[in-house]
Design a protein around this ligand. Structure first.
Ligand SMILES: NC(=O)c1ccc[n+]([C@@H]2O[C@H](COP(=O)([O-])OP(=O)(O)OC[C@H]3O[C@@H](n4cnc5c(N)ncnc54)[C@H](O)[C@@H]3O)[C@@H](O)[C@H]2O)c1
Length: 367
C-alpha cells in the first residue's frame, strides 16, 4: 500500500509493511537511489532494529553509515543538529546524499530539519517508530528543533521523500504511548472524517488487541486525512490550522501539569473542552458532543487525576512562551467530521465565560 503526496515539488511516497524486512519497495527504491546514506537511529532501537535495517540495505553500493542519538523530546537540540551535520561533512556527504531517520516524532523532526539545511537540502527518508509518528508526525513536512527554551522554535517545511510504516516497531512501544497517539487519530476524525470515529467505535476490541490489520487501516486512514489537509495548505496559512483542534487547551493542560500528563491525554481533554466551546458558540450539536465524550470514555481516557480550574489554565492560555500576550484561539467544530471555516481563519477567539463554562462542564462530569 502506498499513498503519494505532492508538496513543494517533493513527492512523498509512503509504504506500509507488517515486517521491516518486507518493506521491499521502500528498500529497493532506496537502494536504487544509490546515494550515500546516513542512518540516524535512536539508541534504544539499535538492539532490535539495526540488523534488519542494515540487512535490507545490504545490496546498496554506496557507503551506509550509522549515527545513534537518544530518543524523545530532549534530542531536538542545536547540538544534535550540529552533531549530524559534522558527521555528514566529515564522511564526505555532499548534495547527493540521503538521511534516513529511524525514531519517534522527536528524532524525525530533528533529522528532517537537518536534511533541509545540509547542502541546502538532501534526500530524506523516514522509518517512524512510534504510533504517533506513524499516524501524524512523519507526514506533512514540518521539521523542528527546540531553541531558546521554546518548543519547535527553529525549523522548516521539508517533507520526507520516502516513508516506511512498519508495525514491527510497535512491538516494543508501551501501550500508554499508543493511547496517546490515538488522541491524534480521534482528532483527525473529529475535524475531517466522522467515518473514522465510527471505525474506531466499531473496532474497540481490535484496538485493545493491537490487531495488525486494524492498526494498518487506522494509520492509513489517519495519514490520508492529514494528506488531504496539508496538501491544500502546506504552510499553515489557513486550513492546516484545523490540525490544532484540541491543542490550545491541550497545551495549557500540559503546561499546568508540568508535562506529567502525556501530550495525547492533554489533547484528548483539550478536544472535549474545545468541542464544548464549539457547542456553546452555537456550532456543534449537543448530541455530537455527547458522542465524542462517549468515545473518549470508551477508549479509556480519564478525567482523574487531571483536576484543574479555569484559573489554573489561564496563565498558560494567555501567555505564550515567546513572552508576548496572546489571545487563545480555537478551531470550531460544526459537526463531527466538519469544522467551521471562521471566514477563512479556521480558528477564532472565545469569550472568557465560554472557556470557563467548558472547563466547569468537564470537571463536573461523573466518571
Ligand atoms: N512534524 C510534525 O508534523 C509533528 C507532528 C506531531 C508531533 N511532532 C513532534 O513529535 C514529537 C513526539 O513524537 P512521539 O510521540 O513519537 O514521541 P518521541 O519521539 O518523543 O518518543 C517518545 C519515546 O518513545 C521512544 N521510542 C521511540 N520508538 C520506540 C519504539 N519503537 N519502542 C519503544 N520506545 C520507542 C523514544 O525513545 C522516546 O523515549 C514531539 O516533539 C512533537 O513536537 C511533530
Amino acid at each position: 500500500l502506498f499513498v503519494e503526496f505532492n508538496y513543494k515539488k517533493i513527492k512523498t511516497q509512503i509504504d506500509f509493511s507488517l515486517n521491516l524486512e518486507q518493506g521491499s519497495l521502500f528498500w529497493e527504491e532506496l537502494v536504487k537511489k544509490s546515494l550515500p546514506i546516513l542512518i540516524v537511529i535512536e539508541n534504544s532501537l539499535i538492539s532490535h532494529f539495526q540488523d534488519p535495517i542494515l540487512q535490507a540495505l545490504s545490496p546498496h553500493k554506496e557507503p551506509v553509515f550509522l549515527l545513534s542519538l537518544p530518543g524523545g523530546e530532549g534530542v531536538k537540540t542545536e547540538e544534535n543538529k550540529q552533531k549530524i551535520e559534522r558527521f555528514l561533512f566529515e564522511k564526505g556527504f555532499g548534495k547527493n546524499s540521503c538521511l534516513l531517520g529511524v525514531g519517534g516524532g522527536a528524532l524525525l523532526d530533528l533529522v528532517g530539519f537537518t536534511a533541509s539545511t545540509y547542502a541546502r537540502g538532501i534526500f530524506l527518508a523516514f522509518l517512524p517508530t512510534t504510533l504517533l509518528s506513524m499516524v501524524d508526525a512523519c507526514l506533512g513536512g514540518k521539521t523542528a528543533i527546540n531553541a531558546f527554551n521554546i518548543k519547535n522554535f527553529l525549523g522548516s517545511f521539508y517533507p520526507a521523500s520516502k516513508i516506511l510504516i512498519s508495525l514491527d516497531f510497535l512491538q516494543t512501544l508501551p501501550f500508554s504511548h499508543k493511547k496517546s497517539a490515538l488522541a491524534e487519530v480521534i482528532k483527525h476524525g473529529v475535524i475531517f472524517d466522522e467515518e473514522l470515529l465510527h471505525f474506531l467505535q466499531k473496532n474497540k476490541a481490535l484496538w485493545l488487541k493491537e490487531d495488525p490489520e486494524f492498526l494498518t487501516t487506522m494509520i492509513e486512514k489517519s495519514l490520508m486525512i492529514k494528506k488531504s489537509i496539508v496538501e491544500k495548505d502546506p504552510q499553515e496559512e489557513g486550513l492546516r490550522r484545523i490540525l490544532n483542534f484540541g491543542h490550545t487547551m491541550g497545551h495549557a493542560i500540559e503546561a499546568f501539569f508540568s508535562y506529567k500528563i502525556s501530550h495525547g491525554e492533554a489533547v484528548s481533554i483539550g478536544m472535549l473542552l474545545e468541542a464544548h466551546i464549539s457547542m456553546q458558540m452555537g456550532f456543534l450539536p449537543e448530541k455530537d458532543l455527547s458522542t465524542l465524550y462517549a468515545l473518549w470514555k470508551d477508549f479509556g481516557f480519564e478525567k482523574k487525576p487531571w483536576l484543574f480550574t479555569y484559573q489554573d489554565l489561564l496563565p498558560y492560555l494567555l501567555f505564550d512562551k515567546k513572552n508576548t500576550k496572546k489571545v487563545p484561539k480555537f478551531v470550531i467544530v460544526s459537526s463531527l467530521g466538519n469544522v467551521d471555516t471562521c471566514d477563512g481563519a479556521y480558528c477564532t477567539e472565545a469569550k472568557e465565560e465560554t472557556m470557563q463554562e467548558a472547563i466547569h462542564w468537564f470537571q463536573k462530569r461523573d466518571l
